[in-house]
Structures are given as C-alpha cells and as structure tokens.
Design a protein around this ligand. Sequence first.
Ligand code: ZN
Length: 265
Amino acid sequence: MALPIASCLDLCTLALHGISAAEEVGFEPTEPFDSTVFKTAAFDHSATLPSSDIFFRRDKRSNIFANTPNYFYGTVSYFFLAGSIFHSIVKVMAIRIILTIPDPVLYTPSLPVTSFGRDLRNLVRDMYDTMNKANGVGLAAVQAGVLQRVLIIDLEHQGFRKGVFINPVLLESSGEQRSEEGCLSVPGLSVPLTRPKKVVVEYQNLSGRTERVEAENLFARALLHEMDHLDGKVFIDLLEPDLRLAHAEEIEKIKQGIRIEAVPS
Ligand code: ZN
C-alpha cells in the first residue's frame, strides 16, 4: 500500500504547486474553491521553486494544461524515457528459466508446431537468448517449459552450423560415434554416449517450409540429443546401465538441486 499512497501524495503536491502559483499570477479557477484551504495546506512555493519552473499561458482559461508546471511534463517525459529503455532491455534479452531434472515437463512429449507466426519467432528468439546466456550449443523448447517441437542449435564456432529446426523427423541414420555429452537440464554432468555418426533430418524452418539437413559428428549428436528432448527423453536415460550406476550419486545430487562440478568420465 505504500506505493499508491506515496503516488497520491505526489499528485496532491503537484496540484497544490499549480493552484498556489496560479493565485500568484491572478488565475481565477472556473470551479469555485476555498483558497484559504490551499493557502493553509501549501507551503510558500515562491520561495522553494524558481520562477522558471512554472509556466502559464497568457490566456489561461483556454487551455486545461495552462496551469501545469513545466517540471510535471519533465517528470512524465522521464517516466516515458525510463519505460522505453526498460522495454527495450526486456525485448533484447528475454531469458527463460531452463528446467532441470527431475522436472516432469522434461519427460513429456512435445506437440507439433502448427502456427508459424509471431509467437513462434518470439519463442525462438527467447530460446537463443536463454541458450547463449547458459553457454549452451543446443536447446529444445521443452527445456524452456514450452511443449512444442522446436529446437535450436548453434555450432558455428565448432565448424558446423546454426539454425532452428521445427517438427524435425529422423529420416536416416548410419555409423557410430562415442563422445562426451552434456545437457543444460542436467547441469554439471558429462558422460560418454554412443550415437549414430550421420543422420538425415527433415524439418520445417521458421516460415513453415520443409527442408532437409545432413549432419554428422557433433552436429548429428546435437540434433539427436535435442530431438530426444522433444520426445520427452533426457540423455542420462540412454546411458548404459553400468555408466548410469557409476554416475547415480551425481545424478541424484542434480535432482536435489545440488551443484556438482563437471568431471570428465
Ligand atoms: Zn539436453
């Protein structure tokens, strides 16, 4: 309640500034009022406010804003400016919370994307902001709490590509690769996992157009990892039983929200 009361007091003070200053220059209000009340309540504004702070039009009755002090406009302008800057910051950096195990949403299959409009573009923008803030190279929408079949990957620094893959479908897979794998939803854990070396994936782009991509090595691994998320699977559930047992204690700590150090297996 403190804020509304304070705001109300501010407005009352502004009103008193305007009315007492109006009296000084002979302003007669259109609505009759007891000026002694205001004289009693208001302090001596001529002493506290420089004359340049108060502006009156010559024809005061022709303009409802005529007896509004300049600093009122200044204050409003600053509020608009601050609001605009805040809005810009919020739009530029939209970081979403990344869900971690054992959040049940992570184990829920995502739904196909059917609408390729502004909401989807906003979601993808937020996902990029969120992934970059977390120093990740891939993110599925479900990790940001949105059950839609959308994933992003940024492996440009590793010599692959960056992109958004919507409603991806695995068409072909071949070969085998084994390498360390981690996940933003399982923070701190890195475990070797065997996956196909090459894949062909069909997907839709942000405009809804169907495309295909051939990927191998790390790019293929990243695509498969994120596509598993869309099916409600987390990579630790794909580990061989002995590896899962070896990392059971760390996994339990992560589930309890305890931060663990990334230790190579
Ligand atoms: Zn992941």
